[in-house]
Design a binder for this molecule. Structure first.
Ligand code: GLY
Ligand code: MN
Ligand code: MN
Length: 426
């Protein structure tokens, strides 16, 4: 954090969310809070007294008190004493004391770092607290003169993964590729999309993932042309492709993988044409990932291959330059090729530095996910109708290039066909 003259940072975790009546969504801590603390209980707030000059920063946790009655019903709580010992905070208090302590914590601090605008109730709470400090001005207390968005500081940290984070991301990648292999082996005509989804979820969970990192997309035939399809309730038909976009979450880190393959295990000629075009685009994008390249380089590399492929397949007409310039490719490729990956599937971190695309650095993790989605239309060759293909892997930027941490899920046509042949022979 840019310490300057010091200040105080306030990072609350996420609220529990009601799903319906007295049922809750599975609880997931706020990513910023979890990044800084590793503490996964709800109703918790981290305060960092930044300190000025060489003064050491102080971490203070506010969390639920121990409560034998509630622990019988809902499970273990660390309580402030336990949390301080186990997680190494400098101090910890009951969360019920926060409102009383906040004015004195904020008083005379030159700056407050906070996620402004993230949660209206917190915005109001901060405003009330600042006014409480201002009301004491005649006794010499001053409210922070500067309020800064703490996310800007934390995003820059989260963008570069340290060795511990990379180890967790490798592990969740390994689990998620195993889930894709399992789903591929299971897929056959007559199965339902939700049955395939169940195979994915089974593999995530049995290998220790707490959650899927996002709602799995299991999209057969035309459903693959719906980019965020999550219905997952249709029957799979021979002759169609199946697109699966799914990844587990482990220790608060996401994996994000897409594979596209034929329901019956054999690519038709037109399916292979579209598939190999997307695979070629992905290879070009991966080759563009290295330190010093920009975030946009993989996208531009993928676009060239896709646009030329669309011309060759007679999906588009005109020269490569004209197709790229006029963006006519967007009819079949309407999303970008990459996003940051980490605690959030679309992870924290800026994509631009001023006017320029962010520079790739070792320790960054980004997805490489070109695709092609072809809806029926009079001016589109019928052989390609209803094909949706995306191939998505997770790339760790290394000192001299990148490492794809999700390679264990097969993506060459011959490898997919061999795996499915083997599965159906069982
Ligand atoms: N699964 C979300 C994405 O690929 O961006
Ligand atoms: Mn993605
Ligand atoms: Mn994805």
């Amino acid at each position: 954090m840019t310490r300057g003259g010091g200040g105080i940072a306030l990072i609350p975790t996420a609220n529990e969310q009601t799903r319906n009546r007295d049922t809750h969504y599975p609880y997931r801590a706020d990513s910023y809070f979890q990044y800084l603390t590793g503490f996964n209980e709800p109703e918790a707030v981290l305060v960092i007294v930044v300190g000025s000059g060489d003064a050491a920063a102080q971490s203070i946790l506010f969390c639920r008190e121990k409560n034998i009655e509630r622990e019988i019903w809902d499970g273990f709580r660390h309580g402030p004493v336990g949390a301080r010992e186990l997680f190494g905070f400098d101090a910890a208090h009951a969360v019920g004391e926060l409102d009383a302590k906040l004015p004195e914590l904020l008083a005379n601090q030159p700056a407050l770092w906070f996620s402004i605008g993230h949660d209206a109730a917190w915005d109001q709470r901060i405003a009330t607290t600042l006014n409480a400090v201002r009301a004491e001005s005649r006794s010499g207390k001053r409210a922070p003169a500067t309020i800064r968005d703490v996310r800007a500081e934390l995003d820059a940290m989260r963008l570069i993964k340290d060795p511990t984070e990379i180890a967790v991301m490798r592990r969740v990648a390994e689990i998620s590729t195993a889930a894709h292999v399992r789903a591929m082996r299971f897929t056959a005509p007559g199965r339902f999309e939700y049955e395939v989804e169940a195979e994915l979820l089974h593999e995530f969970r049995r290998r220790g993932c707490e959650f899927p990192a996002y709602t799995s997309i299991v999209a057969g035939g035309p459903n693959a042309c719906v980019l965020h399809y999550v219905g997952n309730d249709q029957i799979l038909r021979a002759g169609d492709l199946l697109l699966i976009d799914a990844g587990g979450e482990l220790g608060g880190y996401a994996s994000d993988i897409t594979r596209s393959f034929p329901v019956n295990g054999r690519f038709s000629g037109p399916q292979a044409d579209v598939y190999d075009m997307v695979l070629g685009a992905q290879a070009a994008a991966i080759a563009a990932v290295r330190p010093g390249a920009t975030f946009a380089d993989p996208h531009e590399a993928a676009l060239k291959v896709l646009a030329q492929g669309m011309i060759d397949l007679k999906l588009l007409s005109g020269s490569l330059d004209a197709v790229i310039e006029s963006e006519t490719y967007k009819r079949f490729y309407m999303h970008r090729t990459s996003h940051w990956l980490g605690k959030d599937v679309h992870d924290a971190g800026e994509y631009k530095e001023g006017e320029h695309w962010a520079t790739l650095l070792p320790g960054m993790v980004l997805t490489i996910e070109p695709g092609c989605y072809i809806r029926p239309a009079d001016d589109v060759p019928e052989a390609f109708w209803n094909m949706g293909v995306r191939i998505e892997d997770d790339a760790l930027v290394t000192t001299d290039g990148c490492e794809i941490i999700t390679l264990a899920a097969p993506k060459k046509i011959a490898d997919i066909e061999a795996l499915m042949r083997d599965a159906h022979a069982d």
